[in-house]
Design a protein around this ligand. Structure first.
Ligand SMILES: [Zn+2]
Length: 50
């Protein structure tokens, strides 16, 4: 049997834990082709390259 929590987590505690869950700031790099700011590992929205 798997380990199970003894009691139900109150919505307040659940909220406090989830308040730490958030997306970080996206990494931005300059496009090598047109020099505009683009998200790393994403295609450039301006010249559609990379
Ligand atoms: Zn570009």
């Amino acid at each position: 049997m798997a380990a199970t929590p003894k009691r139900k987590l109150s919505t307040g505690r659940q909220g406090r834990r989830r308040s730490q869950i958030k997306l970080g700031t996206p990494k931005m790099i300059t496009c090598k082709k047109c020099g505009s700011l683009k998200r790393a590992h994403y295609i450039c929205q301006k010249c559609k390259a990379d």
